[in-house]
Design a binder for this molecule. Structure first.
Ligand SMILES: CC(C)(COP(=O)(O)OP(=O)(O)OC[C@H]1O[C@@H](n2cnc3c(N)ncnc32)[C@H](O)[C@@H]1OP(=O)(O)O)[C@@H](O)C(=O)NCCC(=O)NCCS
Length: 373
């Protein structure tokens, strides 16, 4: 790649210079930068910044990659770094990496820089650019999607930490032949971040919800109504909550907390599960904590979620299954407009390990409309 400055209305990608040292040190000593770029030296000293500007970047360029400073286009102040490294010349392939200083985050800097660099690299001989993100790094995954990178899958244990531990990385790529437009998402963000009917509010699950969700899923009747016969471990639940935003972004599933709208207290959980084998269809499942039962919350939550699904995603059929003995859940589904479609023999595994039947329900957009008249 040539070393020309790349200018857009939001960012200027230029070579690093000695006057960047203070801002480079501040950006690379920030806790979020360190969390997701764990191999930066700790602490990141003036000597480290000097080395990067004089030798580190020279090495990246010499390997056929790129190492740009992201600068504010008006003030020229350093606001981040971006580059292409791990170049495989024979495959015309390289890996994009970036960071943005804390004082410049959340205003499209990373997205503008990544789009600009990818456009340049893909027009100068690169056929394929890769981007690797941690599963928890949702901001970076959003940058990847908005910059036209497509999610390819999970690289198992591809990431390493200074203590020697390993972890999975999500792999994204953009090809020279791909359109330079943002990748479409199956599951949009909720408008304003939540859905409410004034009685219940639904909002995406986060890592902070682990304790509530764990207690909920350890209740014997919740275990009995799930596809599993044993209580989850605290670690399983914590991981599910931690990864929920990435799974939503990937269009795999949407996990939401049901809150009592008046108090804001957590009352239950509802989830939407998508399967590649059933395009245009998704399954829902829910659970409500004992103290919030009897108020019609699962039916309200289901209706709210279904309305959003039908209006804002390509999904036009929802399904749900319940044990034949779970009369409460059947009532909640029917109140939401779901129609009973049949009995699936041996669909669930009961507490004794014996397979038990499930009642199958389905909801189409017109069922919801009919029901709300
Ligand atoms: C990832 C990073 C570069 C993003 O920089 P940025 O300039 O804030 O990014 P942008 O403003 O272009 O976009 C960020 C997106 O993430 C979202 N976002 C920001 N913080 C978030 C968070 N904590 N959780 C979820 N989403 C978040 C923003 O809303 C925005 O999404 P949108 O465009 O769909 O609204 C920055 O957070 C950073 O430097 N992190 C540490 C280093 C790092 O992670 N590098 C990448 C390694 S793969």
């Amino acid at each position: 790649m040539d070393r020309e400055t790349i200018g857009t209305d939001r960012v200027r990608l230029r070579l690093f210079r000695d006057s960047d040292i203070d801002n480079l040190m501040a950006g690379c000593n920030d806790s979020l930068t360190r969390r997701f770029l764990p191999h930066l030296s700790a602490p990141y000293t003036e000597a480290d910044a000097h080395w990067w500007i004089s030798e580190g970047t020279t090495g990246v360029w010499a390997r056929g990659g790129a190492a740009y400073a992201i600068a504010d286009p008006v003030t020229d102040r350093l606001i981040g770094g971006i580059g292409v490294d791990h170049v495989v010349l024979a495959r015309c392939q390289g890996e994009v990496g970036y960071w943005v200083a804390p004082w410049a985050r959340g205003r499209g800097v990373a997205t503008a820089a990544t789009r600009a660099l990818a456009d340049r690299a893909l027009s100068q001989g690169f056929a394929r650019l890769e981007l690797l993100t941690e599963q928890e790094n949702v901001a970076s995954q959003r940058v990847a999607l908005a910059s036209g990178f497509r999610r390819e899958g999970t690289r198992r244990d591809a990431g390493t930490r200074p203590d020697g531990s390993r972890h999975d990385l999500l792999a994204w790529s953009r090809l020279a032949t791909d359109a330079d437009t943002p990748q479409a998402r199956i599951l949009a963000d909720l408008p304003g971040g939540a859905l409410t009917d004034g009685v219940v509010t639904l909002r995406p699950l986060t890592a902070a919800d682990g304790d509530f969700v764990y207690d909920l899923h350890c209740l014997p009747d919740v275990i009995a109504a799930s596809m599993s016969t044993v209580a989850p471990t605290r670690a399983d639940v914590a991981r599910r909550c931690l990864l929920a935003p990435a799974r939503w972004l990937a269009g795999e599933r949407a996990d939401l907390l049901i809150l009592d709208a008046a108090s804001g207290d957590p009352a239950g959980e509802i989830a939407l599960y998508l399967q590649e084998s059933q395009p245009g269809e998704a399954m829902i499942g829910y659970a409500v904590a004992p103290q919030w039962r009897g108020y019609g919350y699962p039916g309200r939550a289901t209706r709210l979620l279904a309305r959003w699904v039908f209006d804002h995603t390509g999904i036009q059929r929802l399904t749900a299954g319940t044990a034949p003995t779970n009369l409460r859940s059947q009532r909640a589904l029917e109140k939401s407009g779901f129609q009973r479609e049949g009995r699936e023999r041996g669909r669930l595994v009961g507490s004794t390990g014996r397979r038990v039947d499930a009642l199958r329900y389905g909801l189409l957009p017109q069922d919801l409309d009919l029901d709300s008249r």
